[in-house]
Design a binder for this molecule. Structure first.
Ligand SMILES: [Zn+2]
Length: 69
């Protein structure tokens, strides 16, 4: 599954791949951030993607389990 976006700056449509969505969710989870910055391939501006949008595109994602002993 991909997350389709449209750049707010230049209106270029682009998509975030599943791998990137998973990685984004992991980093948001670890950092406690609410938005992921997806960079437009054309103009390089970062478009904010909410955690909710990411999760909707990655229904199988689960927070990484901490393996502290
Ligand atoms: Zn753009």
């Amino acid at each position: 599954m991909q997350l389709r976006l449209r750049c707010f700056n230049c209106s270029t449509p682009y998509a975030i791949k599943q791998e990137e969505i998973d990685a984004a969710l992991n980093s948001l989870f670890e950092a406690g951030h609410k938005h992921y910055n997806a960079h437009c391939p054309k103009c390089g501006k970062s478009n904010k993607v909410s955690k909710k949008q990411l999760k909707m595109s990655a229904p199988k994602w689960e927070p990484p389990k901490k393996t502290k002993k």
